[in-house]
Each structure stands twice: as structure tokens, then as C-alpha cells.
Design a protein. Sequence first.
Length: 550
Amino acid sequence: MTKRLRYLGLSAFLGLSLLSSSCSRGEKADLLVYNATLYTVNKGFDKAQALAVKDGKILEVGTSEGLRKKYKATEEMDAQGKPVYPGLIDAHAHFFRYAMNLREADLVGTTSFSEVIQRLQAQRKELPNAAWLTGRGWDQNDWKVKQFPTKDTLDVLFPDVPVLIQRVDGHAFLANQKALDLAGITPQTTINGGKVEVVNGKLTGILVDNAGDLASSKIPMPSPSELAVVLKEAEQNLFAVGVTSVVDAGLEKSAIDLLDSLQKKEELGIRIYAMLSPTPENKSYFFKKGPYTTERLNVRSFKVYGDGALGSRGACLLHPYSDKPNETGFLLETVQQYKDLAAELYQHNFQMNTHAIGDSANRVILQIYGNLLKGKNDRRWRIEHAQVVNPADIPLFGQYSILPSVQPTHATSDMYWASERLGLDRVKHAYAFKALLQQNNMIPLGSDFPVEHINPLYGFHSAIARQDAENFPAGGFQMENALTREEALKGTTIWAAYANFEEKQKGSLEPGKVADFVILDQDIMTIKPESIRGVKVLSTYLNGQKVFGQ
């Protein structure tokens, strides 16, 4: 064969190869989203225009032109330039509790105890045969008279039905006499890690932290079928605000089993990272069986309560409250109990996630963690809230690779009265998100709903602007600890995923990860901060399937 023929033969072969390649551009995909402003939140924080999805996973991200040429999709969607982000992850919330609260009186935003009473009366009229009358969300700091209420009016209006209403932070309760009697609470009742308020030898009805459990434990649980209804309603509420994964802080095995069964029956889709309550039953079962993980449920951590809340003065402080010089708050267990539990969780390779609000509680828990963790590690143990941290203790987060899991809206909800509790000097060491971020170069963000609103964009706004819904205060609250927009987005996506050991599965829009994403009507990365809380979710996708939107 001559050189010329060999050349022609090779040219023909190359031509056929190129033709074959061009014909193979119709690779199959289930969904192709194009013409988008797509934030991948990958390592380079790159932007793209399109993504292709198959079997619930991301095949590729890239340009609209490139992906439309390469893939033949069952469904194509023109995003019309709208912004697309990874599915939002709430790094600390109470999903199960929020669902059950959907059948309680909503007391959030009440401006007086009289308004609380009105809402309770309306709830009783709506559910006249309910065994208990319950509600949640009152905050005496929002009232003209900024004092804890008493049970007197409840006793007069509801003498025959037990009433138990929770403060917005979930760490203080008001019970009527019927509820106190059912719980066996008297003026002589004492409990470790809690407080039964007594004035002039009489019960006021106020129960703080563990004392509230004495009453709440008497409330009958809804049936599994009733729970299924409210859990699905709660899920839809989260999809409507762009949340595709939620960390549920503090669950019993029975709740885990119900969530798992609903997911397996495809009656519940939202992804859940479940923190177990450290009960003897939970520890016995899971220490023997080990972590439990499915495609949508991850059980490998325990939620521990170190102290109470700042608003109800249950947060454990190094020095007395500025507005109550005889009180410092309290730990909910003994230091030795925390040490023993930490050793158990370390031995059985479970993540320890401890609620710590006050600077004393944070110091105690950080030191206990450090004694076990020794130095840098990949255990990813967390401090939930890390609300008031003495500057001398902040470096311990980095020294022992401890993750601070914070809720930005706590800062903007508490800023009106936090200085009253802490004083002008100590309040500067509260809600120190930037300082905490710098320890491990990441900070997972959550909402703590139903303590705060479920909408993660409220937290995004609070994180970057340090302002409330009315854009108060001008210039922001302690802006030295504000986050950038990139940090705030990472905090509710990839950093939240990392805190759950799930950064390889979700948290960014990259090939191989689950196709969870949200499309908004405005770009939160570029619009004015004061417009962020008004941004609407156009659609939410889970595993490449639309779960909310038109």
C-alpha cells in the first residue's frame, strides 16, 4: 500500500471517528437545566450555566451550549437566567417537634400575655376535645411588661384541662395547676438542671429546662398516622423555602423508626441527619448496632444539652447575669456526667453535638472535648449555638477541630435585650460568627426552628447584614462578626454537609452528587441585603425531581 493510500485510509478512519463522536452527543439524561446562573459551591466557588441529571445524581455542570449539545434529556428546563443553588441544608433544627407544633397554638409574635390567652382560647375552640391545651412561641421580652407570666389566668379560664405553653426558646414553660397536678409538681419539687419557680411559697407555673420535662412527659403522643400527616405537612413547608436537608437535634428511637418507615414507603422525601437523645435506651441500642445510614437518613450523632437559654436565664455563665446579679444559670447535668458521656461516644465512634449557650457551658464542654480529642482530628464534634464564648476559649475550636454550629437569626432576635443579660463588655463576645469561622475556616449554619422561622434566607440575611426584618439596626449589630455572602451560602450548603459527614454526597452542585437544588426569583449573592428576606423560591428539586413549584 502506498503512503498516499495509507494516508487516505487514515483520513477516512478519522472522519468516521469524528462523525461517530458527533452522533454520540445524545447521551441520555433525565433532566437538563440550562440558561441558569448556577452557583456550584465547589472548591473554587465556580459559576456555571447548566446541569444534567440522571438517576437522581448530577452528571455534569457546564455551559448551556455544551450540555445541550451533549445530552438528550427527557425533560429540559429553561431557567431564564434565574439563580440556582445547591439544596439548602439547615444545620440545626427540630423537624419532628416543628411538625407536632403544627397542631399547637402559635404564640410567636404575641405582644402581651393577654394576646397569648386569646390565642389559647381560639385553639381550645378549634380542638375542644384535645387532652391537653398546648402552645409555643411566647417571649416576655416582646411584651410591655417584660416579666415571666404566672398561671393565675390559666387556672381561672382552663380549670379542667391541663395547659402547658413553651417559651420561644423551648427552655421555659408555663403550666396551669391542672398540668402541675398531673406532673406531681409541688412547691417542694426540685430537679437537677431545672427550676420550679416558687414565690411566697406558691407555684407560679413557670418551669425552666429539666423541670419542664416533668410536665411535658405527661402529654400523650399522637398516633403514628397522626404524626405522618403533620410530618408531611412540615416537609412541604421546608421544600417551599428551599430546604432539602435538615438536621433534627434530639430524637428518640421511635421517632427515628417512624421517619425511616415513611421514607422507605416514599411518603417522606426530605433528607434528615438525626441527632439522638442520649437516653439509656438510645445508647444501648445504637452502641450495639452502630450508626444507621440510608440514602435519606443518617443516624451517627447524639445531641446533648449543656445548659439552657439566655432569654430565660438558664444559660450557664462564668459571672452573674447583669440584670440578675444573684444568678449565673446552670448546667443541666454534672460535669462528671458530661465527661462520662463524652467518653462513651468517643469509644463507640459517635459524633457528640452539645448545646452550649453561656460562656461557662462552652468552656466546660470545650475542655471535655479537648481532653478526648487531644488535637486536630476528623471526629467533627460540634458545639451547637456557641452563643457566648469567652475570647480565651475561642482558639479551642481550632485546636481540637471542634465545629461551632450557629444560628444567625439568634443574634438578630436577641440583640434587643442581650446586653441587659450580659452587660456591654460581655455581649461583645456573643454571636461571634466570624471569629468562630476563622478557627476551622468553616461554620455550619442553621435556624433552630421552631425557635426561629424555618426560612433559611432569614438566616442568610442575618448572617451578612446582622439586621432584623425591619433592617434594624442601621449599620448592623456587631458587624465585626458578620459573614460574607459566600461564607453564608457555604454555611447552609457545603459546610453544613461537612458537619454531617455528607460533603461527598451533597452540599454543592458537582458530578456524582445528589441532584438537590433550588431556584430563586432573585440572586441573593448580588441583590441589596434589605431585599433578601423577600426573595421567593420558584422551585425546589430533590434527587432531580421537583418537590415544590410550578
